[in-house]
Design a protein around this ligand. Structure first.
Ligand SMILES: Nc1ncnc2c1ncn2[C@@H]1O[C@H](COP(=O)(O)OP(=O)(O)O)[C@@H](O)[C@H]1O
Ligand SMILES: [Mg+2]
Length: 278
């Protein structure tokens, strides 16, 4: 008899600053996890839909999106579509998400819509719905805000992955994110943890980059992953071909860094679970 599918681990990729590498991380960490055998679902929560576009899900084929799930007009399995990457699927976004607050802002369960949808995946799969997985990881690509969409992601998450760009003001605004995480932890989701901080767009030739890595490690300590994502033009080119960097150029330094990050994420997962069991 095969084991019942477990609920997936849910990680949010979040930082309310734009342009820090959230979407690049969601796509390439997701692809790297899939490449090492995990079954991954990316939930695109940004109305801009960059994760959906970067995975070649064109707007015309996004008849249904995560918006329909959040407003209660579709189930999550109904909007999941496969990508060109084996073991990687996506629940795409549409611009409709911009209106989510207006649509459900006064509903009592407005912040728990995604949590309910994701918790239902394992049951839907067990009931015979193949679109529902089985997934071992769900990664949410959050928008650059701390509004209802990000709150839905945090309320559904086991942990948060925080990309920080190696720039002068890297840590600025981080306290706001951490405060929001604490608030969600005290209310909607007591299990929420910080999975790790990933430094992105590191430029070894730039003294400032080195200084930022040092400062962030000193301030944030062990929560910062060992893996640092280099600034690599292949990472920024790949989305225009509708491909994750790992498919576009597996050997480039950016792809290799995301593969290392994926092993580190899995290693931390084991530690976090062992911590829970202890
Ligand atoms: N490591 C990197 N090297 C080079 N360009 C990057 C890297 N990470 C992200 N970018 C580029 O920087 C821009 C912002 O990244 P993105 O992942 O979209 O950030 P966010 O989702 O936080 O807004 C994009 O054009 C992306 O291609
Ligand atoms: Mg983004």
């Amino acid at each position: 008899m095969s084991a019942l599918p477990k609920s997936p681990r849910f990680l949010s990729v979040a930082n309310q600053k734009g342009g820090v590498g959230k979407t690049t991380t969601a796509i390439n960490l997701g692809t790297a996890l899939a490449a090492i055998g995990e079954d991954v679902l990316i939930v695109d929560l940004d109305p801009q839909g960059n994760a959906s576009t970067g995975l070649n899900i064109d707007r015309k084929s996004r008849e249904r999106s995560i918006y329909d799930v959040l407003v209660g007009e579709a189930s999550l399995p109904e909007v999941i579509v496969p990508t060109a990457v084996p073991r990687l699927s996506i629940a795409p976004s549409t611009l409709d998400l911009l209106g989510l607050d207006l649509e459900i802002g006064s509903e009592a369960d407005r912040a728990q819509r995604l949590r309910t949808a994701v918790f239902g995946l394992a049951d839907a799969y067990a009931a015979g719905d193949d679109r529902a997985g089985p997934f071992s990881y769900v990664l949410a690509d959050c928008p650059p805000s701390l509004t209802l969409l990000t709150i839905n992601a945090l309320a559904a998450s086991h942990a948060v992955v925080v990309p920080l760009q190696c720039e002068f003001f890297a840590l600025e605004g981080l306290s706001q994110l951490l405060r929001t995480v604490e608030q969600v932890k005290h209310g909607l989701n007591p299990e929420l943890a910080i999975h790790g901080v990933v430094l992105t767009m590191f430029d070894a030739r730039n003294n400032l980059s080195n200084q930022v890595v040092e400062d962030v490690r000193e301030t944030m300590g062990d929560v910062v992953y060992d893996t640092v994502i280099p600034r690599n033009v292949r990472l920024s080119e790949a989305p225009s071909y509708g491909k994750p960097a790992l498919l576009y150029d597996l050997k480039c330094p950016g792809s290799q860094a995301y593969l290392r990050l994926a092993s580190e994420v899995i290693q931390r997962e084991r530690q976090m679970r062992a911590g829970v069991a202890a």
